[in-house]
Design a protein around this ligand. Structure first.
Ligand code: GCB
Length: 649
C-alpha cells in the first residue's frame, strides 16, 4: 500500500446515508388493501462458480422454469435446511419466482407497492421482467412501487435474486476464499460470528395498495405528566402524491386516539405541516411485564389524511403506547420508575425454517418469556421481525434493538456507510414501538482496533441524531482496559463467559470476576452497566454431579454464581440488568466447539426447558417481586414438605 493510501485508510469521513422512505407496516383500511405473496415459490440455485450467469442470461425476463429445472421453496423461510443436499452451504446467488394476479379493480385510482419484510443478504427484484428494487443488508424491510409495471386483471410474475455472500464491506462481515477440494477448487464462505448465515426470503412478501395521495410516514412520540396521569401523543405525518388541490400544504390530518375498549379518548387536527398533539386524561401508561397489573397497554391511533375540501384521502391505524424513558449515569427509568432488565440474548432460529418468520414459534417464545418472568430481550444480532416487535409492544416486553453489525473489524469507509445505513433503516422501522427502549449499535465490535474510536463516534452520533428519545448501547467483549467505544454510549453492556471460555469449569472463579469487571466498566465510563451475555453450553439430558462442563448441573451452577455477583452489583446503584446467553439453542457454522450448534440455550431448539430454566424462573420472579411488588405464580415452588408453615388444624 502506498503511503497516501495508507494515510487515507486511517481517516473515516462522516458521509450522509440514504434516507429511508415509507415502509409503514402493511395494514388494511377503508382506503388500503393488502395481499400476501407468501407460499411456495419456484427456486433455482446458481452455479457457485458462475454466480452472475442468471443476470447475463436474463433469467428474470421469463419464468425461471424456462431457464432450467426449479425446485419448490417455501416463503418465508431460509432455503438452507429445506432440501437434503448441500444447498445448506451454498455460497452466492439463488433465484426465486412466482406468479400472482393483480385484480382489475386495482387499475383505477390506486398505487400498488411490493414489500419484502426481509431478504438476506442482498436482493434484486424484477416484476414482469422489469427491475424494481435492489436492497442490501438482511433483516430489514424494503419496498417499491409497481403500479406501472403490473398487468391488471391478469397474471404477473415477481422474480428475486438473493446473494448470501458476506465480505469485509458487508454488515455483518465475512470472507470468501477459494480453496482446493477433491474436484478442483471451491468457494468457501467464512465468518467469525456465532450463528448460521441463513439466507433467502426470510419474512413475508406483501402487495398493498394506497390511494394516489397517501400517508407515507407516521412518527409518534409520547409524554406523560410527572404523576403519570396526563398523557400526550405527538404525531407527525408525511404524505406522498400530489395534493388534490393546488396548494400541497392545504392537506390536513385528523388524528383520533382510541383506548383498548375502542372508546375515543382524544382527537385533533394537525397543523399545515401535518403534525399535531393529542392530550389524554387518566392515561393508561405502557408498562413492562410484571411492573404493573396491566402491562403493554396500547391505544389505537387513527390517522386520516384529508384534502382541503375535506375529502378523505387515506386512513392508516397503528398501536401506540404512552410511556417516557429517562436515563442518567446511574439509572434507566420508565415512566419515572427505575428499571432492572432481566432477560435474554436471543436468535431468530428454528429447525427446518432457519430464520424464516414463524408465527407458531413466535407465540411459543413469548409464552416462554412470560412463563420465566423475563421483562426484556436484546435482538441479538440483527433486527427481528416486525410482527415480533408488535407482539413485544402488546406483552410489555422491553427490547434492546440491535442492528446487524456483529464482530465488526477492519474499520473502513464503506463498512461505516453500511453500518450507519443499517441503523438508519432500523430506527426508521422501529421508532414507534413502545417496547423499543434502547438501540444497540453493535455486538462485540473489535473496539481496541485502530479507528474504533472515530468509527463508533460517527455511528453513535448518527443514531442520536435520528432518535434522542432512547439511549444507546453496544455489547462489548473487548477488555475494559482496551476498549475505545464505551465513551460514545449511554449504557455499557458487556459480554463475558467466566467458567466457560475463561477458566473453563471453574465455578469458583465466577462471582468475584463478574463483580470486578462490572465495577471496572462503571469506573472507566461512569455509566450504567448491564451484563448482556453470560452462560454455558449445555447438552439437554446430560447430568453430571458434581457439575461438569456441558451438563445441566453446570449451567445451573454457572447461573447461580452469576446471580450472586448481580446481587452484590445491584446494591451499587448503577448495575441495571442481566441477560442470559441464550434464550434457546441455535444453529451455527460447523465447528468442533459446537455440537449441532450453540447449546447455551435455557430452552432447547424445540423450545423445551432445560434444568436451568426452572432456576432462572425463580430468580426472575423473585426480582419482579422485590423490585416491583409483583406476585409469584402459583406453580413457582414445587411442594416438598410442610416445612412447619401450615397451622395445625
Ligand atoms: C458471544 C457472542 C455470541 C456467541 C456467544 C457464544 O460473545 O456475542 O454471538 O454466540 O458469545 O456462545 O460464544
Amino acid at each position: 500500500m502506498g503511503l497516501w493510501r495508507f494515510l487515507k485508510s486511517l481517516i473515516l469521513i462522516n458521509k450522509e446515508v440514504p434516507q429511508s422512505r415509507g415502509m409503514l407496516y402493511p395494514r388494511e383500511s377503508e382506503t388500503r388493501e393488502v395481499r400476501s405473496l407468501d407460499g411456495i415459490w419456484n427456486f433455482v440455485r446458481s452455479d457457485q462458480a458462475n454466480p452472475t450467469q442468471g443476470v447475463r442470461e436474463e433469467w428474470y425476463s421469463k419464468d425461471l422454469s424456462k431457464s432450467g429445472p426449479t425446485i419448490p421453496m417455501p416463503v418465508p423461510a431460509s432455503y438452507n435446511d429445506i432440501t437434503t443436499d448441500n444447498l445448506r452451504d451454498h455460497v452466492g446467488t439463488v433465484w426465486y419466482d412466482r406468479k400472482f394476479f393483480a385484480p382489475r379493480s386495482w387499475a383505477v385510482d390506486q398505487r400498488v407497492w411490493l414489500r419484502f419484510g426481509s431478504v438476506h443478504y442482498e436482493a434484486y427484484v424484477w416484476v414482469n421482467g422489469q427491475k424494481v428494487v435492489k436492497h442490501e443488508i438482511g433483516h430489514l424491510p424494503f419496498e417499491a412501487e409497481v403500479t406501472h409495471l403490473l398487468k391488471y386483471g391478469a397474471e404477473n410474475r415477481v422474480t428475486v435474486m438473493c446473494d448470501n455472500a458476506l465480505i469485509q464491506t458487508t454488515v455483518p462481515q465475512g470472507r470468501i476464499t477459494e480453496l482446493p477440494n477433491d474436484e478442483g477448487m471451491t468457494i468457501v464462505q467464512s465468518y467469525t460470528f456465532d450463528f448460521f448465515n441463513y439466507a433467502g426470503i426470510h419474512r413475508s412478501v406483501h402487495l398493498y395498495t394506497t390511494p394516489k395521495t397517501f400517508i407515507e410516514e407516521v412518527v409518534v412520540t409520547t409524554n406523560l405528566s410527572k404523576d403519570n396521569v396526563g398523557g400526550e401523543v405527538l404525531y407527525s405525518v408525511k404524505f406522498n402524491g400530489s395534493a388534490i388541490n393546488e396548494a400541497d400544504n392545504a392537506l390536513y390530518v385528523r388524528a383520533q386516539l382510541y383506548d383498548r375498549e375502542g372508546k375515543l379518548v382524544a382527537n385533533g387536527t394537525s397543523d399545515a405541516q401535518l403534525s399535531g398533539s393529542l392530550q389524554v386524561d387518566n392515561v393508561n401508561p405502557w408498562w413492562p411485564y410484571l411492573m404493573h397489573p396491566e402491562p403493554g397497554y396500547l391505544y389505537q391511533l387513527e390517522v386520516k389524511l384529508h384534502a382541503s375540501n375535506d375529502e378523505l384521502l387515506d386512513v392508516y391505524r397503528l398501536k401506540v403506547g404512552l410511556r417516557t424513558l429517562s436515563w442518567s449515569n446511574a439509572t434507566f427509568q420508565i415512566n419515572g420508575r427505575p428499571v432492572y432488565f432481566r432477560g435474554f440474548g436471543r436468535h431468530e432460529d428454528a429447525d427446518v425454517r432457519g430464520k424464516g418468520l414463524d408465527n407458531a414459534l413466535m407465540v411459543r417464545d413469548f409464552n416462554l418469556l412470560k412463563w420465566i418472568g423475563a421483562n426484556a430481550y436484546r435482538t441479538s444480532h440483527y433486527p427481528y421481525s416486525e410482527e415480533s416487535m408488535q407482539f413485544a409492544d402488546e406483552h410489555g416486553i422491553m427490547i434492546v434493538d440491535e442492528c446487524p453489525s456483529v464482530d465488526a473489524e477492519n474499520y473502513n469507509q464503506e463498512l461505516l456507510g453500511k453500518h450507519k445505513s443499517s441503523l438508519e433503516q432500523l430506527i426508521h422501522r422501529d421508532r414507534n414501538h413502545p417496547s423499543v427502549v434502547m438501540w444497540s449499535i453493535a455486538n462485540e465490535p473489535r473496539t481496541r482496533e485502530m479507528n474504533a474510536d472515530s468509527y463508533f463516534q460517527l455511528v453513535a452520533n448518527l443514531t442520536r441524531s435520528l432518535d434522542k428519545t432512547r439511549p444507546i448501547t453496544a455489547a462489548i467483549a473487548t477488555p475494559w482496559t482496551d476498549d475505545k467505544a464505551g465513551r460514545f454510549l449511554d449504557i455499557i453492556s458487556f459480554n463475558r463467559y467466566n467458567a466457560w471460555y475463561s477458566n473453563t469449569g471453574r465455578l469458583d472463579m465466577v462471582t468475584k470476576k463478574v463483580v470486578e469487571e462490572a465495577v471496572a466498566w462503571n469506573k472507566k465510563y461512569n455509566k450504567p452497566v448491564i451484563m448482556a451475555e453470560y452462560g454455558a453450553d449445555t447438552l439437554e439430558g446430560l447430568h453430571l454431579q458434581p457439575a461438569y462442563v456441558w451438563s445441566e448441573e453446570f449451567q445451573t451452577e454457572v447461573f447461580a454464581r452469576h446471580f450472586k455477583a448481580f446481587d452484590i452489583l445491584r446494591k451499587k446503584g448503577w448495575f441495571i440488568g442481566e441477560f442470559v446467553w441464550n434464550f434457546a439453542d441455535f444453529k451455527t457454522a460447523q465447528s468442533y466447539t459446537r455440537v449441532g450448534g450453540n447449546k447455551k440455550g435455557v430452552f432447547t431448539r424445540a423450545r423445551q426447558p432445560k434444568a436451568s430454566a426452572h432456576l432462572l424462573r425463580k430468580r426472575y420472579f423473585a426480582l419482579a417481586r422485590e423490585l416491583d411488588d409483583s406476585s409469584f405464580p402459583e406453580d413457582l415452588f414445587t411442594y416438598i414438605a410442610d416445612m412447619g408453615k401450615t397451622e395445625n388444624a
